[in-house]
Design a protein around this ligand. Structure first.
Ligand SMILES: Cc1cc2nc3c(=O)[nH]c(=O)nc-3n(C[C@H](O)[C@H](O)[C@H](O)COP(=O)(O)OP(=O)(O)OC[C@H]3O[C@@H](n4cnc5c(N)ncnc54)[C@H](O)[C@@H]3O)c2cc1C
Length: 477
């Protein structure tokens, strides 16, 4: 086991992709096997020392950054244990970098469908946040591909949970070593990463997925794979009218199966302004629908028909490797350009991340449009995973007054999404920066139910404290 204690060695563990600055840490443990994970947890339990689990640090909500105590980094648990091309499954340790895994399985003509957008993340981090990815429109989030999890608890016990073996029954999930009550709230039927998963009859493994390091250390997982994807192409359709986007998306989704769509994204006019310098082909004063589909001539012809039907004023296609790569870059460049912009002007991005059921998407979209029109002095952009009824609504306040208004808009947006049967948090999790809004989504009782569950898994109350809810809730249950 490695141990890091010097400030210059441990400083980087107090950062992730959020702007969370309140982190403090005494030492960083880097275990190389499960026995060492058990030893570390035993030391911490005996001395009542908080310990926070760290993956690759690409999270956006401060989840791996402790407010006190030590860190357990999973970086040395990085072995691919077994790959079965026949069964299309793989077992791997939690610290495997997703990109390394994808490259390895490609040699066997296999693909890992969650295909997370940020592929320097660890598989354990992806499972702990139920990450979604570039093709989650087609394949759904990480949850759908997790077959088995090995979880080490602060009590030193090891839970090995296989999908399909333990289910909620009569209000409880019976893990053998303890029973966990189903919380009073239910996770909405939309893309969501808002606290512990809760559904009637749910599989016990689903409670662990998306639990943000609060229940135990995931050391090993088994995931399911599919055959490598067929060649794909990208088309970007530029449109003048932003008002009728929901109707257009509905129309496209109606042809989803025949079109074989992998991703369906949207960029509003202001979002495209962030890309204009890098991609001069963007026509002035337009928004865009971005799709990735199966690269077959008949399908491309169908898309050209669609772009005419929806009155696209211009269309670009990436079907050969060079142009495909260029348009992938188009999609990835926006978050980068936004981040460097808000760093430069020294403001904090306030990022609404709501998703709603398909039938309610138009309501949410029009709600955002109204806010944008009524608050035109605040710079904002609307973009993202429109196929999954999930858009990123980013606000960039430049003074205290705008900041206050933007936080109010954030709160109102969470309330609106929840009132439409959706979630305030479609991806990324809650971490340490969204507690207040999770309580707005589910209510106080739900947070107490979550604290009760955490205490069953982690009776010493030392593991990844302040993730999902403030640690003070643990004293109330
Ligand atoms: C440019 C960019 C784009 C992104 N796009 C997306 C996106 O499209 N969709 C999306 O969902 N996310 C996205 N993310 C966020 C991020 O990549 C994910 O949240 C990712 O899953 C975090 O993995 P990580 O290994 O970096 O974990 P960390 O940031 O290190 O940790 C995340 C959380 O997981 C816990 N954890 C980590 N490993 C374990 C373990 N072994 N056992 C128990 N708990 C553990 C930590 O305690 C923490 O709470 C993006 C990030 C960036 C920087």
């Amino acid at each position: 086991m490695k141990l890091k204690e010097k400030i210059d060695e441990i400083y980087s563990y107090l950062e992730d992709s959020s702007n969370f600055k309140a982190g403090k840490v005494d030492k960083v443990y880097i275990p190389e096997n499960e026995e060492e994970v058990c030893d570390i947890l035993e030391i911490c339990a005996k001395t009542n020392k908080p310990i926070t689990i760290s993956g690759a640090g690409t999270g956006t909500v401060g989840g791996r950054i402790p407010l006190e105590g030590d860190i357990l980094s999973t970086e040395a648990l990085n072995k691919i244990i077994n790959l079965s091309p026949e069964e299309k499954t793989a077992s791997l340790q939690a610290g495997v970098i997703v990109d390394d895994f994808l490259k390895y399985i490609e040699n066997f003509n296999l693909f890992y469908p969650p295909f997370p957008t940020e592929r320097t993340a660890f598989i354990g981090g992806n499972i702990s946040t139920n990450a979604s990815g570039e093709y989650s429109f087609k394949f759904g989030p990480t949850r759908n591909y997790v077959k088995r999890i090995k979880l080490i608890l602060t009590t030193g016990k090891i839970l090995e949970i296989k999908r399909g073996e333990i289910f909620e029954k009569n209000g409880f999930i019976d893990y053998g070593i303890f029973k966990v009550p189903l919380p009073s709230y239910r996770t909405p039927d939309v893309k969501s990463s808002a606290g512990y998963y809760s559904k009637d009859g749910m599989d016990g493994i689903d409670l662990i997925i998306g639990s943000e390091g609060t229940l135990g250390v995931i050391t090993e997982v088994e995931v399911s794979l599919i055959e490598n994807l067929p060649p794909r192409f990208i088309m970007i359709m530029f449109l003048k009218n932003e008002e009728n986007i929901p109707q257009i998306i509905k129309k496209i989704k109606g042809k989803k199966d025949e079109l074989e769509i992998y991703s369906l994204e949207f960029f509003d006019k202001k979002a495209l302004l962030f890309l204009k310098n890098d991609f001069p082909f963007i026509p002035d004063d337009t928004c865009a629908i971005y799709i990735e589909g199966k690269n077959e001539i008949k399908k491309i012809e169908k898309w050209i028909e669609i772009s005419e039907e929806i009155a696209a004023i211009d269309t670009v296609i990436g079907e050969d490797p060079h142009n495909y790569k260029k348009l992938i870059d188009f999609r990835h460049r926006l978050p980068e350009n936004i981040n460097s912009y808000f760093k430069k002007i020294g403001t904090t991005k306030i990022a609404v991340d709501a998703a709603v059921p398909e039938s309610k998407f138009e309501d949410l979209y029009m709600f955002y449009r109204k806010i944008i029109q009524e608050n035109s002095e605040i710079h904002s952009i609307l973009f993202g995973h429109i196929g999954e009824n999930h858009l990123h609504f980013n606000l960039f306040p430049i003074n205290e007054r705008q900041k206050e208004i933007s936080y109010k808009i954030y709160e109102e947006s969470v309330k609106k999404a929840v009132s439409l049967g959706g979630t305030g948090f479609a991806e990324h999790g809650i971490g340490k920066i969204k507690h207040k809004y999770l309580e707005i989504m589910y209510g106080k009782q739900a947070i107490l139910d979550m604290a009760r569950i955490k205490k069953i898994f982690d009776p010493y109350c030392i593991l990844s404290l302040d993730n999902i809810f403030p640690k003070e809730y643990l004293k109330l249950v």
